[in-house]
Design a binder for this molecule. Sequence first.
Ligand code: 13P
Ligand code: SF4
Length: 329
Amino acid sequence: MIISVNNVNKLGFIDLEIDPKLDLTQVIKKLKVEKNAIILAHYYQNPEIQDIADFVGDSLALSQKTVDINADIIVFAGVKFMAETAKILSPSKKVLLPDINAGCSLADSCKFEDFKLFIAKYPNHQVITYVNTTAEIKSLSDICCTSSNAIKIVNSLPINQGIVFAPDKNLGNYIKCITGRKNMVIWDGACHVHEEFSLEAILKLKRDNPKAKLIAHPECKKPILLISDFIGSTAELLNFSIKDDCNTYIVATESGIIHQMKKENPNKVFISPAPKASNCGCSECVFMKMITLKKIYLTLKYELPEIVLAKELMDRARLPIQKMLEISK
Ligand code: 13P
Ligand code: SF4
């Protein structure tokens, strides 16, 4: 098969047979050096991908890292909005996403035309968008935020300032409650992974493990947040698991983070609650899990698929991201 930009664009990833005996970890390491490439991975990636990455982090740390990266190529082991953010912050670098279909149900819940009409109804409001959005949505925003810094970003605005917060309604309502904002309008979007956690299943896990602490990502629904012992971004949940002295944790976020939790705390127990619609015993983001070692290898080899965005769009979308990074320092 001939690899061309067109057929990769059609499929979204490179579909080639490889020698099953190939040691993917070794060839990826070699290609990284040859091409002066670096692999950034989100905590929700599969363990073997986290282990070959040069840097693993949450959305905020990954975007901060992008700014001062010394490499020609960034391979993003994450989802499209993260790779777009990397491209926007480092436009001169080649940013590769091993599967362009690695989207995000939360970003998909906020479409450009709908959002434009929505914010037009609130002309005096500041528009704060979670980074889990397309570059087009960022171009309509005043400031971006992540789950790590959302409270700080909202608190950076005067208390009576009207705010539009998008796209995650669970995170938005949580932040509204914590910051005591009265004038905050929240977009009705959600992430399929965090929406799917079953309160009943979590209550049963708590009954079966009475000493366990429930730690949750703020994208979870309110009833789950209300019974949580700690709420935070993936990085904050990881740090809590290190500093806290409990032995068992019920982890209400994507199960990929448990890899780092176990690495940091080999003697502790981490339980991933099953989502409502599944009996697989874990909660996985289908988009995050589209990235595989094989796709990373082929992406590095052929330098495709690449994130390409119009300069004007990047220039506009960069402003709210830079504002966020400035406030987060
Ligand atoms: P973090 O901000 O914790 O990295 O979360 C990213 C994400 O996709 C949550 O679903
Ligand atoms: Fe998007 Fe949810 Fe997957 Fe995060 S876990 S990338 S918010 S779909």
